[in-house]
Ligand binder design. Structure first.
Ligand code: 4AD
Ligand code: MG
Length: 502
């Protein structure tokens, strides 16, 4: 038995004998040799079992192992450029830890409903593995950025007695017979911490009772929020810009292969450099009403309809080919997989095309004062090849704590950061209202009773200073960086209105 090593580290053990402990990802067996692709959570390695090289019973076992059987494999490490990962194991011995049959998720594609029902097993596959590893790195880069730049971590509560953002999305829980909510944000508590320690951040799960089933909304998501004392809007935006660049840079450095496997456009990510675009809400409104937005959607309509026509012809053709007599099993499975993928694409496109006229109308008639909707953000972000800051929103559509602008009191000193390629908002932030009387006025306007917020108002009574911060949603950021259509793939166990299993 060689020492047990991880697949990731095989390069350090070339020509020596090691043991890998993992699971059978895939296998191909002929009469003389069995190719076992082993996964161990750090990578994939092809283990070659030659009939000549092992006792007959070992070859027999290797030839019959079911997918996801757990096993330990001992052998010599060979460098081989053609092998996935660059190394191969010449197997001398094999120990089956648990023999498995009929693992539900095979290397063939499955529909997403089936996959999410089996999320606990699907996590083992290559695509979720790549996404989870990137998520891990995004979170590490987030913490590093703040830790390396003088921010102090302050954990804020998850049980919150009052709303931080809109009251419509509060989840209530029973707290010893008293009403209580799950935190939508740590921000208000964090403001107190910023006035204590200068630069702070909190990072945790947040909850919103989102009744809409969109590609961008979860009911439970992770948000990181920095808060900075003695900072105005522009300072906060500068931090957000450096922060996002540092995350993207780190993922590009560590995960090029994963990004390519996911089909992500790496060149587009490489463009994510300072300076980001900066426009105001009023300018965004002009863009939405203008010819650029209309032309973009008209072009979409033509292109998407063309693809729909194409799919409507190719799917039945593939079905006929699949059902034809004498078609090889391999060919049949390949067609079946394509049909599943094509049908999902078709359903998706049909939904999009049905929505385009509505999105065109919303954009063309966009009225100053309204918040940007999801489709509006998509348009703005698709018209830019780098992230876009949209700032100075009308105060009526934004949270009560945002600072009123001194030049134009109709707007607040806030921003949303829109990711490119139609991903829309990944950050929301603002300078906070630090004037007690203006804040009280604004709370009255919103019909908020002040009592639960007295402690928050204290921050404007004792040593109030200009300050601000932002919140970045981890899942939206991962979806954008990985180029995923839907946010649900960015977290191991997504929570949505209609999804809580497993
Ligand atoms: O824009 P939001 O609501 O801002 C706040 O909560 C502020 N208190 C942040 C601050 O200034 N400290 O949310 C911030 C980000 C959004 O830009 C988005 O990325 C993410 O949180 N987010 C969601 N992600 C997934 N599902 C949802 N339902 C989300 N709602 C917000
Ligand atoms: Mg927001």
């Amino acid at each position: 038995m060689g020492t047990t090593v991880h697949i990731r580290d095989l390069g350090k053990h070339v020509d020596s004998t090691v043991t890998l402990a993992g699971w059978l990802y895939n296998s191909r067996v002929s009469s003389k040799v069995a190719f076992l692709v082993l996964r161990d959570g750090t990578g994939l390695c092809q283990c070659v079992v030659g009939k000549q090289d092992v006792p007959p019973e070992v070859f027999e076992t290797a030839s019959r192992l079911g997918q996801e059987s757990s096993l330990k494999v001992t052998g010599r490490v060979k460098a081989d450029e053609r092998a996935p990962g660059g190394y191969e194991l010449q197997v001398a011995g094999l120990e089956v830890v648990h023999a498995t049959t009929d693992f539900p998720i095979t290397p063939k594609p499955h529909g997403h409903e089936f996959l999410f029902k089996h999320r606990h097993l699907w996590l083992r596959s290559r695509r979720p593995t790549g996404i989870m590893k990137i998520r891990h790195t995004v979170i590490d880069a987030i913490r590093r950025f703040f830790n390396d730049n003088g921010f102090t971590l302050v954990d804020t509560p998850i049980f919150a007695p009052s709303a931080g953002e809109g009251a419509q999305t509060l989840f209530s829980v029973d707290y010893f017979g008293e009403p209580m909510y799950l935190a939508q944000t740590g921000q208000l508590y964090l403001e107190a911490a910023a006035l204590s320690y200068g630069k702070v951040y909190c990072f945790g799960p947040t909850f919103r009772a989102e009744k809409s089933k969109t590609r961008r909304h979860l009911t439970e998501f992770w948000m990181v929020e920095p808060e900075i004392a003695y900072a105005v809007l522009e300072d906060v935006m500068d931090v957000a810009e450096d922060f996002v660049c540092s995350i993207v840079e780190r993922v590009l450095k560590d995960h090029r292969a994963d990004l390519e496997f996911l089909g992500q456009n790496v060149a587009a990510l490489e463009k994510v450099k300072k300076p980001f675009y900066r426009i105001t809400y009023s300018q965004a409104a002009e863009i939405l009403r203008g010819p650029q937005a209309r032309e973009l959607l008209e072009k979409d309509l033509v292109e998407k309809n063309a693809r729909i026509t194409q799919l409507k012809e190719s799917i039945p053709a593939k079905e006929a080919a699949r059902d034809r007599q004498g078609v090889k099993k391999y060919e049949q499975e390949k067609l079946a997989a394509e049909i599943i993928a094509n049908r999902e694409e078709l359903a998706d496109l049909e939904e999009q095309v049905a929505n385009i006229p509505k999105h065109m109308e919303l954009a063309a008639n966009f009225e100053w004062g309204k918040d940007l909707g999801g489709s509006d953000e998509t348009i703005i972000s698709r018209l830019h090849d780098r992230p876009v800051f949209v700032s100075h929103y009308p105060r009526g559509c934004k949270a009560f704590y945002m600072k009123r602008d001194h030049e134009d009191p109709r707007v607040v000193r806030n921003f949303d950061l829109l990711a490119p390629d139609g991903y829309g908002e990944i950050i929301g932030g603002s300078q906070r209202e630090d004037d007690l009387n203006v804040l009280l006025e604004r709370m009255a306007e919103e019909g908020l009773v002040t009592e639960p917020y007295e402690w928050y108002l204290d921050l404007r009574r004792y040593g109030s200073v200009p300050h601000g911060g932002f919140g970045l949603g981890v899942e939206r950021t991962v979806a954008w960086i990985c180029g995923l259509k839907h946010i649900r793939e960015t977290i191991a166990y997504p929570r949505m209105m209609d999804k809580v299993y497993p």
